[in-house]
Design a protein around this ligand. Structure first.
Ligand code: GLV
Ligand code: GLV
Length: 337
């Protein structure tokens, strides 16, 4: 019999067709999160799964599962996966790095521009019918310029570098802070200068967050950090909810201690802090930074590639392209398999 694969979210028909060539597939028809009980039950009956970022695969979900061999995450961030628990259970995990870098970098700029030039608020005003007869003043709807300002990037992986490279078209100075310094060649390509975090907070006119979510990065931007930023600054988060303390951010925006923000991710997603929803100087989007047609297809295909390599039989079997815990593969080839 063919291996069985569960696909937790509706995917592109052509990707499902690829998977169906190799596997007996069960694909969800609706986009919705699955709780631990349901996940445990679904994963118990399959050899592999493709899951979304709202599916939390942890030790409790894997308990007693002896069949599952691979879980492919539809996303680069994988804080929804407990990698230690997956490794202990001998389950290979994979994510979708790199294929989304340029689309996410584009989206960071969309949020910077929208927040700086008040596009969301202006559009709401226009659609509400206020333009005719409003006697719009010459000094209404004034926003902030990007050109000539300082862009700060916190977290300088591939996505951060993509954000930086785009800055030369806007004639912006680029500062970054990262755990490690980039190679000189990359710094030169990005025209980016390494500074410490307090300096980044003080200097940035636009601060873009591109950190992975880890326990150490929780509230990397909270009240103390916001207090160091310029009141004229714009904050953009395209990384993960929880990196920013959303309540403190809302307070800073409301009280004029920060000019504006553009947010694609939130603490407690899909809930959005009500204080943020009440503000006009923040542009909000529902975690869609990677959602271009081309990139979402590439992500789905990469997740499928990982499952096909891990579970497929004959010539399609091989090394999964983007494993998160490759140690599992070594065990498997060394051991029983
Ligand atoms: C999206 O947030 C991703 O991690 O791919
Ligand atoms: C941004 O949307 C603002 O109103 O300042």
């Amino acid at each position: 019999a063919k291996p069985k694969v569960w696909i937790a979210r509706p995917l592109f028909p052509e990707v499902l067709a690829r998977l169906a060539q190799h596997f007996d597939i069960e694909a969800e028809a609706l986009d919705r999160p699955h709780d631990a009980t349901e996940l445990k039950q679904k994963l118990a009956g399959v050899d592999g799964a493709i899951v979304g970022l709202s599916d939390r695969v942890d030790a409790s979900v894997l308990e007693g599962n002896t069949r599952l061999k691979v879980v492919a995450n539809l996303g680069v961030g994988h804080n929804n996966l407990d990698l230690d628990a997956l490794t202990r259970a001998g389950v290979l995990a994979s994510n979708t790095p790199d294929v989304l870098n340029e689309s996410v970098a584009d989206f960071a700029w969309a949020l910077m521009l929208a927040a700086a030039r008040r596009i969301g608020a202006a559009e709401r005003w226009l659609r509400a019918g206020h333009w005719p007869g409003s006697n719009m003043r010459f000094d209404d709807w004034m926003g902030l310029d990007l050109h000539g300002r300082t862009l700060g990037i916190l977290g300088m992986g591939r996505i951060g570098q993509g954000v930086a490279r785009r800055a030369s078209g806007f004639d912006m100075r680029v500062l970054y802070h990262n755990r490690s310094r980039l190679p000189e060649l990359v710094e030169r390509e990005c025209r980016a200068t390494l500074v410490d975090k307090p300096e980044l907070l003080r200097q940035a006119d636009f601060l873009v967050l591109v950190l992975p979510f880890t326990a150490a990065n929780r509230h990397a931007i909270g009240a103390p950090e916001l207090a160091q930023m310029k009141p004229s600054a714009v904050l953009v988060n395209i990384a993960r909810g929880g990196i920013v303390d959303d309540a403190s951010l809302a307070a800073a925006l409301r009280e004029g201690r920060l000019a504006a923000a553009g947010l694609d991710v939130f603490e407690g997603e899909p809930q959005v802090h009500p204080d943020l929803l009440a503000l006009d100087n923040v542009v909000l989007s529902p975690h869609i930074a990677s959602a271009s047609a081309q990139t979402r297809r590439a992500m789905a295909n990469l997740a499928a590639d990982n499952v096909i390599a891990a579970l497929g039989q004959g010539e399609v079997a091989g090394k999964p392209p983007t494993p998160l815990n490759p140690a599992v593969l070594h065990h498997r080839t060394a051991g029983k398999a």
